[in-house]
Design a protein around this ligand. Structure first.
Ligand code: 3HC
Length: 647
């Protein structure tokens, strides 16, 4: 079956792209489209052409897997231009997503129809590139400067309704898309054709607009270059003629495509798509997950409950007493109220979210749930007690999960009848926001339970990473090493503020010490104290010295830094210097890059050990953990990608 085929509906030709899974514009598709233009232009019986796609979506873009290789003819801009200049008008019939090169293809058509649930967009910046086939130059002519800047520099797609408002499509279709497109094609002789985009004038914007946009994007990008380069393409589109702007955009695309940021972002793109599909589970069906319960309504429990509600599952929230239930529900209400405030939920949707939560102190309420996630205090005895009750009350096929961060899931599950349904599900706070979910099976966890955990991640929109059992699993184990290395730098005379500055400069939102001050130093301290009390040899850290002196972070008025009341800006602290015997006057001079390299190198080194122990299955999983759980800059690809690129 050819990837591009032509059929007839009377005097209308229907060109169908069929290149599963997402109709990406591979070399064969580009060639097929060019051949279709030539064939149809030569056919006097054809009055118009409908371009549609088979399968789940319209064209989702250029074929990203071709990006690492030399470009092959025909190039996409030539295909787009051939369609734009064809003797017959082409009509794009969009279902699913028209993204990147797919949307650029649609922009070459004279008309664009889309199903109401379709979306269109230019997500190239998320791959470290800019549109490469006229996306900036044509979009700005249709949607105007502001909307084009928003679309192209964020890369966020828009739904058909919004696309219609912006002028990016011509019609939203509710019923049969092909029928509507063919009807339009047949009606074309009665319509005035819109002017081709190259002949339309580009809108303009003043210097102040561009300066302001540049400042905003620079701040948001934290070192990522594509959004700023996309802005430059848009500006050029307003200041040059069509052809010059197209040449500028293509050159920028080719330059970025060959660069390190695009290569890192491609790595993340494929890593994210590989993570939810572990080979070992192929063909294992997941159990149905229709109802869920969360044990513990603290910050973590409420966040998990919110994530479950966001995915549409009814939730039972269990707490020890009525007051704790009320606090848990209040925590949930706060989360949804915050979403309303940020414009992410309507009032009515927030109310419906809360209405789907039933608070209870009685485990008997869990007799029929499909999934229980325990998020109580990190104490083995308390957790075991919870699972003993769950084991007695829940259905034997219900999945019982612990959200422990540091305890050994095998010990938590001890004594549980049917341990095959037990698993660790490690969420990251705030659990309704953070994308990472570490999935931690014990040796006894059954395949169906594991497959269901991956299915749950999909339902919740999380990136699942399977982790073996070790202290801290993948993420917190690397975090521990990262912090230890940062402390080693301090001991060697580096200024605390320089280390934080180095990591911000690298692309993190915060450095290691600022992050500890925000989250609190006491949690890790108490853990170490617990291990010491259990007779383990845990060396004293600099953080321990600060906590012992009452410096637990921002919440206690200071940690690694001092803070003025009501002000989160970190100030170098004389008290810290004294407590840790640091002499700021003799601080080591080091460039920010070498500090960051050392810290990222330590993360990668720990990652390599984790991989060699089989705790992580693939090195790209470790990168995903760091990117989605710990703020590692996505455009750097993760510590393992960085280490591999350095050699
Ligand atoms: N190229 C190659 N493969 C792609 C692809 C692309 N553009 N987009 C998706 N795929 C592959 C995925 O790797 C995955 O493969 P697998 O099954 O072997 O793992 C498969 O298609 C399905 O992808 P998803 O799991 O992401 O499927 P979803 O249904 O969840 O999402 C989608 C579909 C919304 C289309 C999503 O795949 C997506 O956002 N794709 C990327 C779109 C994109 O970034 N396009 C721009 C490309 S750059 C470009 O066009 C440059 C141009 O300006 C010149």
């Amino acid at each position: 079956m050819p990837v591009v085929s032509i059929a007839r509906e009377g005097n209308v030709a229907v060109v169908t792209i069929d290149n599963p899974p997402v109709n990406a514009l591979s070399q064969a598709v580009r060639q097929g489209l060019l051949d279709a233009v030539t064939a149809l232009d030569a056919d006097p019986a054809v009055v118009a052409v409908v371009l549609q796609c088979a399968g789940r979506t319209f064209v989702a873009g250029a074929d990203v897997s071709e990006f690492g290789k030399p470009p092959q003819e025909p190039h996409l801009p030539d295909v787009v231009s051939a369609i734009e200049n064809t003797a017959r008008p082409w009509i794009a019939a969009i279902h699913g997503s028209a993204l990147g090169g797919g949307f650029e293809l649609a922009l070459a058509c004279r008309f664009r129809l889309a199903l109401a649930d379709a979306s269109v967009g230019l997500p190239e910046v998320t791959l470290g590139i800019v549109p490469g086939a006229g996306g900036t130059v044509r979009t700005i002519r249709l949607a105007g400067v502001e909307a084009a800047v928003d679309l192209v520099t964020t890369g966020k797609p828009v739904r058909a309704g919004r696309a219609l408002e912006l002028g990016l499509i011509d019609e939203v279709v509710d019923a049969d898309l092909l029928e509507a497109a063919v009807a339009l094609a047949k009606d074309l002789p009665n319509r005035t054709l819109p002017e081709p985009l190259p002949q339309r004038p580009a809108p303009v914007a003043d210097d102040a607009f561009w300066t302001d946009a540049e400042a905003r994007i620079t701040k948001r990008a934290r070192g990522e270059i594509a959004p700023l380069r996309a802005l430059a393409c848009l500006r050029r589109a307003t200041e040059s003629d069509f052809v010059t702007a197209m040449t500028f955009e293509r050159a920028t695309f080719l330059e970025l495509r060959a660069g390190p940021q695009a290569s890192a972002l491609r790595h993340v793109f494929f890593a994210e798509r590989a993570a939810p599909k572990p080979a070992a589970l192929s063909g294992v069906p997941a159990l149905p997950l229709r109802t869920a319960a969360v044990i513990g309504g603290g910050t973590m429990g409420a966040g998990i409950a919110a994530a479950l509600r966001d995915a549409g599952l009814p939730v039972i929230l269990i707490e020890r007493d009525e007051a704790a239930v009320a606090r848990g529900i209040a925590n949930l209400s706060d989360i949804f109220a915050g979403a309303v405030k940020r414009g992410r939920l309507t009032d009515a949707a927030a109310e419906a979210r809360i209405a789907g939560v039933a608070g209870s102190t009685d485990y008997a309420a869990l007799a029929d749930v499909d999934l229980v996630i325990e998020a109580v205090f990190e104490d083995l005895a308390v957790k075991r007690d919870v699972f003993a009750k769950l084991g007695r009350i829940c259905r034997t096929d219900a999945i019982l999960a612990t959200n422990t961060s540091y305890l050994d899931p095998r010990e938590i599950a001890e004594g549980l009848a049917n341990p095959a349904r037990f698993i660790g599900l490690h969420f990251f706070s705030p659990a309704n926001v953070m994308k990472l979910l570490e999935i931690v099976p014990t040796p006894e966890t059954g395949d169906a339970t594991l497959a269901s955990a991956f299915a749950l991640a999909r339902m919740l929109g999380k990136i699942p990473v399977r982790s073996g059992i070790c202290e801290g699993f993948i993420g917190n184990r690397i975090l521990k090493r990262y912090r230890a290395e940062a402390e080693a730098l301090v001991r060697q005379g580096h200024a605390i503020a320089s280390i934080d500055a180095a990591m911000r400069h690298y692309g993190f939102a915060m450095g290691p010490f600022e992050a500890q001050d925000l989250g609190g130093l006491d949690i890790a301290f108490l853990q170490r104290e617990g291990a010491r009390a259990a007779g383990r040899n845990v060396p004293e850290t600099l953080g321990d010295t600060l906590v012992r002196a009452g410096r637990k972070g921002q919440k206690s008025g200071g940690g690694w830094y001092d803070y003025n009341v009501g002000d989160r800006r970190p100030l170098p602290s004389d008290e810290v210097a004294r407590l840790l015997c640091l002499d700021p006057a003799t601080a080591v001079e080091a460039d920010l890059g070498s500090i960051a390299d050392r810290l990222v190198g330590a993360m990668a080194d720990e990652g390599a050990t984790i991989l060699s122990e089989g705790i992580a299955e693939k090195s790209s999983d470790i990168d995903l953990v760091e990117i989605h759980g710990y703020g590692f800059p996505r455009w750097r690809g993760g510590p393992m990608f960085q280490a591999a690129s350095d050699h």
